[in-house]
Design a protein around this ligand. Structure first.
Ligand code: GLN
Ligand code: ZN
Length: 759
């Protein structure tokens, strides 16, 4: 018999119950006890959802983040949290969210840094280390939840982050070598495992996804040290790896002295046979056979075709699971009553994935005949997806085949173009602009919502949004900005807005996935060939341009960002899908140009985060991602100025690819790095125009013109002044008008002073 389990279940709840409870608690509307009850209810419900499994995960539930939970379990809290009073949960949220001096009676506390969990869109709180960090076990939360699961009749399998990955995920604040802490960490892990054993735990899931990344000799050695230290501990350890191939770490992973290994068979299908061969005969092999981070239904017969021989070989040693924790998919497809039924039949959310797992295990245990109906349904769905006209559009295929290398090529090189553009646009030195969005007020949100619900006619809706555009343009004119934007009031989200207008995209109602803390995102579903039935932004931009003599920037989301922030079809390579998106955006760019728009910005906020986990795969990704951007952007005439925007602050390692995009102007986030970030651009001699952000839009602080001027002076030490633009770090949609107006006033004043100093 195969054993079935999951690596984790989404914790937010099918209706985002956790989010609403967290936020109510933070606002003081519910008590800690009420929040705890919501947590316990969700855990109970989620274990019930998983009742068919042989083991349920315990410890995957979290009030904010599983990595922060681990820091608490190990007693590794930043010193600044200290003994500032309050309950443990108070302290927990203090690290998670920070706390300002005003909010609490005592001093302010800075929130823990947040960063992306491997290559997913989930963000974790980075553990902080110092040379003097000491660990101390606090297993209460885990033990309590083990009791809870058992009292409800489940076999608990605690889930913890392994010691090496825990160190790997963190940051040494004093530049010390955090690996040196391993020696101190291991006894605490031993103690934890002993405690779990004392509570009758048989198996512990130890997550070590760092094994799918590039590890140097010290980190590899750390794995050996760690698991030799832990091998005497009583419970059986299942070391889990996910999100990628083990590659050169495969032997290391197979030989760790533990009782079992989990391999992500979705991202590493070609490693299954090798691991099955290499794994010593006393070890269990857990295979992640269902995609835990995408929403497509599994083709079960196809899976069985390769899985049955593995089962024959391994017998009872085989375990089945989704590839990774189900944290990265929405909870339940049955809530989706508005999705097109054909498209819905191709999907599986967390609960449906458990059903698939169950079907697979029954097929292995009792033969395919035992699940004939389920298999037939799965095959039917797979075939319908393969042949559906909704997915496959011959016209798109033809256009893709017609792509030639010249499509991504501007007419002339940058120096020639920029001269023509300057002649036409007549902008001053240090031109000022913004990144696109202006404050999204309550009114705007209300207007969009009413329109969506059918409570507003299209004409009324258009009029209201136009009023907002008027306000934006008037404010920008009054401020004296040089290149204006329309403000994006019609957009709820920079991906959804375009997805809704493109063919090949579908939208769920409840397909929420946790991004961090209480923040959830609902990625659009890119299911089929992409095409653009009609222009998406032209009318808004035309209207905005009609209100001013100043140049109005067209505003688009780029193909790579549309791809990286969607659930993407898995029946063709991502690069193919990205090319289709590129062609659709290209059409929009050309329509804008034909309408007389002289400056077009194509945002690629998510380009960097699509980088593969392994360095050796970067070039391949960058090659097709940059090509897609070039196809989207570069069909325009020389006189049309292309801008791109990226809101992150690491460019050193991809600067060459950024230069290959060949945008006339790139605006980036730099205000918090004190312009040091521009060193990458200087070192590379980046040739085109740059707008380094001078206003930190994440903060309510309003910069004065002197701060901005001095940032720009620093920028001018690195980049020739005639190639510099002056702009905020990112869009202004999360800020208030009262903050934005004075900040931009400072920005414009600073630009004027800089111009004066050039003369
Ligand atoms: N144009 C978008 C805006 O201003 C860009 C957002 C982003 O880069 N994340 O909101
Ligand atoms: Zn941005």
């Amino acid at each position: 018999m195969v054993t079935t389990h999951t690596l984790g279940f989404p914790r937010i709840g099918a209706r985002r119950e956790l989010k609403f409870a967290q936020e109510a608690f933070w606002k003081g509307q519910i008590s800690e006890e009420e929040l705890q009850i919501t947590g316990a209810d969700l855990r109970r419900r989620h274990w019930q959802n998983q009742h068919q499994l042989d083991q349920v995960p315990v410890g995957d539930f979290s009030f904010y983040d599983q990595v922060l939970d681990m820091s608490f379990t190990l007693g590794n809290l930043p010193e600044r949290v200290g003994d500032t009073g309050g309950s443990e949960l108070d302290r927990y949220f203090r690290v998670a969210r920070g706390r300002s001096g005003q909010e609490s009676s005592c001093c302010g506390v800075q929130a823990g840094e947040m960063t992306k969990w491997f290559d997913t869109n989930y963000h974790y709180i980075v553990p902080e280390f110092h040379q003097h960090t000491r660990f101390q076990l606090n297993a209460d939360r885990l033990i309590e939840q083990i009791r809870e699961a058992r009292s409800q009749g489940f076999t608990p399998k605690p889930v913890i982050i392994g010691p090496v990955t825990y160190l790997w995920l963190g940051k040494a604040k004093d530049q010390s070598n955090r690996l040196l802490l391993l020696e101190l960490l291991l006894p605490v892990y031993s103690e934890l495992l002993d405690r779990l054993a004392a509570h009758g735990v048989d198996w512990v899931q130890v997550d070590e996804p760092a094994l799918v990344t590039d590890l140097d000799a010290d980190w590899r050695h750390a794995f050996i040290l760690a698991y030799h230290h832990l091998k005497t501990s009583a419970p059986n350890l299942l070391v889990t790896t996910y999100f990628g191939e083990l590659r050169e770490n495969l032997q290391l992973a197979c030989e760790l002295p533990v009782a079992g290994l989990h391999l992500d068979a979705i991202s590493a299908p070609q490693e299954v046979a090798r691991v099955a061969d290499w794994l010593p005969p006393h070890k269990q092999l857990s295979l992640g056979v269902i995609n835990g981070r995408n929403i497509w239904r599994t083709d079960l017969e196809k899976t069985l075709d390769w899985l049955e021989p593995v089962y024959e070989k391994l017998g009872d040693r085989l375990w089945l699971a989704p590839s990774c924790s189900l944290l990265h998919v929405p909870v339940d497809l049955t809530s989706e009553q508005k999705l097109d039924p054909e498209i819905r039949s191709w999907l599986a959310f967390a609960i449906q994935k458990l059903d698939e797992l169950n079907t697979l295990s029954k097929a292995l245990n009792h033969g395919r005949a035992a699940v004939r109906k389920e298999l037939a349904e799965s095959t039917l769905a797979a075939n319908s997806r393969k042949t559906s006209e909704r997915v496959h559009d011959a016209c798109v295929q033809i256009r893709i085949e017609d792509i030639s290398p010249t499509l991504g090529q501007r007419q002339s090189p940058y120096p020639a173009r920029i001269a023509i553009q300057q002649e036409k646009l007549g902008l001053p030195h240090f031109p000022t602009t913004t990144i696109g969005s202006f404050p999204q007020t309550r009114d705007i949100r209300q207007t969009r919502l009413q329109f969506r619900r059918g409570e507003l006619t299209e004409a009324d809706y258009t009029r209201r949004i136009q009023e907002e555009v008027q306000r934006c343009v008037a404010e920008q004119e009054a401020l004296g900005l040089d290149v204006l934007v329309h403000g994006e009031a019609e957009r709820n989200d920079m991906v959804e807005y375009f997805g809704e207008q493109l063919d090949g995209y579908a939208f769920s109602q409840f397909g929420w996935v946790q991004s961090y803390g209480s923040r959830c995102v609902k990625p659009p579903i890119l299911f089929g060939d992409i095409s653009r039935p009609k222009a998406m932004t032209v009318e808004w931009i035309r209207y905005a341009q009609s209100l001013t003599e100043k140049p109005m920037k067209g505003m688009l989301t780029g193909p790579v960002t549309l791809l990286n922030w969607s659930f993407v079809r898995d029946d063709q390579p991502r690069r193919e899908t990205c090319r289709q998106l590129a062609l659709a955006i290209r059409e929009e760019v050309l329509d804008l140009e034909a309408d007389g728009v002289g400056i077009i910005q194509i945002d690629e906020a998510a380009l960097r985060e699509g980088l593969p986990l392994r360095r050796s795969d970067w070039n391949d990704y960058l090659e097709w991602a940059i090509e897609a951007f070039r196809i989207a952007a570069n069909g325009v005439r020389d006189e049309t100025q292309i801008h791109t925007h990226m809101c992150y602050s690491e460019f050193n390692d991809i600067i060459e690819a950024i230069a290959r995009m060949d945008a006339d102007v790139i605006t980036i986030e730099t205000s918090r790095s004190d312009m040091e970030l521009l060193d990458a651009f200087r070192g590379f001699q980046y040739p085109n125009d740059i707008g380094p952000g001078v206003y930190d839009i994440h903060s309510p602080n309003i910069p004065d013109s002197e701060q901005i001027r001095s940032l720009m002076v620093k920028a001018a030490e690195r980049i020739p002044a005639e190639r510099l633009w002056v702009n905020p770090d990112c869009g202004l949609k999360t800020r208030q008008w009262e903050e934005v107006v004075p900040a931009l006033r400072s920005m414009v004043a600073a630009a004027r002073e800089l111009r004066a100093s050039l003369q």
